[in-house]
Design a protein around this ligand. Structure first.
Ligand SMILES: [Zn+2]
Length: 290
C-alpha cells in the first residue's frame, strides 16, 4: 500500500531517515494530521482524527467482512491475456506483470465463498491498487462467476466495488463485461435472490454503469467518489455548472442512487442485518420479540 511507504516528514530537515522506521507514520489525505500506521490499521483504515476512509487491500476488506477463517477463494486460475498486443506507453503484458508483483494479486478482483454473520454468501472484492481496478475480461468473468455461483447455490451476492472503469488495454472485450455481468445479475434477480452492492472510493465509469449500480440494496462508504464520467467531461457535454460535491456518496444517497452511506465500522453489521431480513431470519427474530 503506497500510503504506508511515505516517509515521516516531521521534526524538520534534521530528522534522519534511519532514526524513524519507514511507514511508521503517515499523513491523512483529508485532515492532514499525522497518524500512527498501526493505529490506522487497527481502526479498519479509518482516520481516527477525521473519519476519512483510506483504501483497503483485498485481504483487509475480506477480513473485515467474512466470518473468521471462512473465505475460500474461487476462480484464481483465470489470467488476463493481451489479445490486442497493446503497446502504448507501456506494453499491457508488462504492466500486468508489474502490478501482479506489486500487489501480490493476479488481477483487480478477488472472489469466493464465505460466511458473513452466519450467512453463506458469494463475495467479490475489487482492489483499486491493481491497474485502477479496471474491468477487463478476467475481472468481468470473476464477477460473473461470483453471481452465477450464487444463483446456482441460491445464496446472496455481495460485491465490494472500486474502479476507474473499463480496461482500455482490452478494448471491446472489456466493454462486453458490462453486459455480461448485468445479464448474470438479471438471472440472479429472476430467481428472487438478493444482491448487495457496496461502493467504495472511487467507483466510476463502466463498473458504476453496470453491476455496481444494480444492487437490490446499494451501500456506499462515506465521501467516496461515485459517478460515470469525470466532472470536466460532464461540464463540457451539458454546458452547465455542476453542483458542489455532486459525485460523492452523500450526494448520490440524497438523490436516490445510493440507499445508505455506511461507516466502515458498521458495514459488516449492516450487511448482516440486510441478509437476516432477506433470509427471513430477521422476521422470525422480530416476531419472537413481538
Ligand atoms: Zn484525517
Amino acid at each position: 500500500m503506497a500510503v504506508f511507504e511515505k516517509k515521516l516528514k516531521v521534526g524538520g530537515t534534521r530528522t534522519r531517515k534511519r532514526d524513524i522506521p519507514s511507514g511508521l507514520w503517515l499523513k491523512c489525505n483529508d485532515c492532514g494530521e499525522m497518524i500512527f500506521s498501526k493505529e490506522l490499521t487497527s481502526n479498519l483504515k479509518v482516520c481516527p482524527k477525521c473519519e476519512y476512509h483510506f483504501s483497503m487491500t483485498v485481504s483487509e476488506r475480506i477480513a473485515s467482512l467474512a466470518d473468521h477463517g471462512t473465505f475460500r477463494e474461487m476462480d484464481a486460475d483465470l489470467v488476463s491475456v493481451d489479445t490486442l498486443n497493446f503497446k502504448g506507453v507501456a506494453a499491457y503484458k508488462d504492466r500486468l506483470k508489474a502490478y501482479q508483483r506489486q500487489t501480490g494479486l493476479s488481477d483487480a478482483v478477488v472472489n469466493g465463498l464465505c460466511r458473513l454473520n452466519g450467512h453463506d454468501v458469494s463475495l467479490a472484492v475489487m482492489d483499486f491498487s491493481f491497474l485502477g481496478a479496471s474491468m477487463g475480461a478476467v475481472v468481468g468473468e470473476r464477477i460473473t462467476r461470483t453471481i452465477e455461483r450464487a444463483t446456482g447455490l441460491r445464496i446472496p451476492v455481495v460485491i465490494v466495488s472500486a474502479s476507474g472503469g473499463a480496461r482500455m488495454y482490452e478494448g471491446i472485450l472489456s466493454l462486453m463485461q458490462m453486459a455480461k455481468t448485468s445479464g448474470a445479475l438479471a438471472l440472479h434477480a429472476k430467481e428472487g435472490l438478493p444482491y448487495i452492492s457496496v461502493l467504495t472510493h472511487p467507483t466510476t465509469a463502466g463498473v458504476m454503469a453496470s453491476f455496481a449500480s444494480l444492487g437490490d440494496v446499494i451501500l456506499a462508504e462515506p465521501k467516496a467518489l461515485i459517478g460515470f464520467a469525470g466532472p470536466r467531461v460532464i461540464k463540457e457535454t451539458t454546458q452547465q455548472e455542476l453542483p458542489e460535491g455532486f459525485q460523492t456518496s452523500e450526494f448520490a444517497r440524497d438523490h436516490g442512487l445510493v440507499d445508505a452511506v455506511v461507516h466502515r465500522k458498521q458495514l459488516k453489521t449492516t450487511i448482516g442485518l440486510l441478509l437476516d431480513y432477506f433470509s427471513g431470519r430477521g422476521k422470525r427474530k422480530f416476531k419472537a420479540a413481538g
